[in-house]
Design a binder for this molecule. Structure first.
Ligand SMILES: NC(=O)c1ccc[n+]([C@@H]2O[C@H](COP(=O)([O-])OP(=O)(O)OC[C@H]3O[C@@H](n4cnc5c(N)ncnc54)[C@H](OP(=O)(O)O)[C@@H]3O)[C@@H](O)[C@H]2O)c1
Length: 282
């Protein structure tokens, strides 16, 4: 029997690559996102050797900021899930609200949290009882970011949402310690996805409509973000976290220099770290 896994933010980038990897590795996957056309286009990306594709991958429209629909969606999933239980939840939906704190509105910051944090928490709370049925094995994989470990300027709202996710994930991991459900954090660095395309009109707006003192800096750093790793390489690690009997609690994904930088940051005095980063934006 195939184990059933829910992946949010499945319509592009890391989520889409994860859906394909999981289905092709023998899992039944429920892919959630707002863009249904993009979700269904995944059928044509699945290996032709997969039989009965509509059963192995189920596309489901879901806006993570509309929790009033979660009960219906989860009921639908559990009725279609093999064995009517849910083995895994990959909380991946997210976006970057770009801009210095002085440039973005409180509504922008709330929206960042609605999608990257509150939506994820509400969905997890709804899925958890199904995962806990008969105390079977389970995996909750939360896609954080290196920005959940180091806060950087001009993406403060995004970092704050990922720091909140880190705190919640750590608490949940300890609360589920005596169950068979393992909670895993993924911290990617730069990954080549649509994330910057989604942010670009927001940046254009900050530069054109508001006379920000950071306009030059936005152009310098945020229009030229390094392309980063392919989504596939993150999906490989998510697959490993899902299928390994003893997954790590955290996977930091990126170059050796990035991993080392993250690990070493706690040894750098605050004043040195903050002044060096601040120098680059002023
Ligand atoms: N790319 C990077 O460099 C990077 C680095 C570290 C962490 N991450 C994290 O990786 C995760 C995936 O991002 P990505 O890079 O793959 O970006 P992406 O290609 O833009 O994908 C984002 C996904 O989130 C979904 N989403 C956004 N808002 C949603 C909403 N309201 N309801 C439901 N789904 C929503 C989008 O689907 P719809 O638009 O169809 O709803 C899309 O499938 C995010 O949590 C991000 O913070 C990315």
């Amino acid at each position: 029997m195939r184990k059933s896994i829910i992946v949010t933010g499945a319509s592009s980038g890391i989520g889409k690559a994860t859906v394909i990897k999981l289905v092709e590795s023998g899992y039944q996957v429920f892919g959630l996102a707002r863009r249904y056309d993009s979700l269904t286009s995944i059928y044509s990306d699945l290996a032709s050797s997969i039989e009965n594709k509509e059963n192995q991958y189920v596309a489901m429209q879901c806006d993570i900021t509309k929790p009033e629909r979660f009960d219906d969606i989860i009921k639908d999933i559990s009725s279609k899930a093999q064995g009517n239980t849910i083995y895994g939840l990959v909380n991946n939906a997210g976006y970057v609200e770009p801009g210095a704190i002085e440039d973005i509105t409180i509504q922008d910051i709330r929206k960042q949290f609605e999608i990257n944090f509150f939506g994820l928490v509400e969905l997890t709370k709804k899925v958890l009882p199904f995962m806990m049925l008969d105390n079977s094995q389970g995996r909750i994989v939360n896609i954080s970011s290196v920005s959940g470990l180091i806060s950087l300027p001009l993406i403060g709202a995004y970092s704050a949402s990922k720091y909140a996710l880190e705190a919640l994930t750590d608490a949940l991991r300890m609360e589920l310690w005596n169950t068979n459900i393992k909670v895993i954090t993924i911290n990617p660095g730069f990954v080549n996805t649509n994330i910057n395309t989604v942010s670009k009109p927001k940046l254009d707006n900050l530069i054109e409509k508001r006379s920000s003192r950071f306009s030059k800096t936005y152009r310098k750093y945020m229009y030229n973000v390094p392309k980063g790793l392919p989504s596939d390489s993150v999906a490989d690690i998510i697959l490993n976290a899902i299928s390994s009997p003893k997954p790590k609690t955290r996977y930091i994904i990126g170059s050796t220099a990035l991993k080392l930088g993250v690990r070493m940051k706690k040894f750098v005095p605050d004043r040195i770290f903050f002044s060096q980063v601040a120098k680059r934006i002023h």
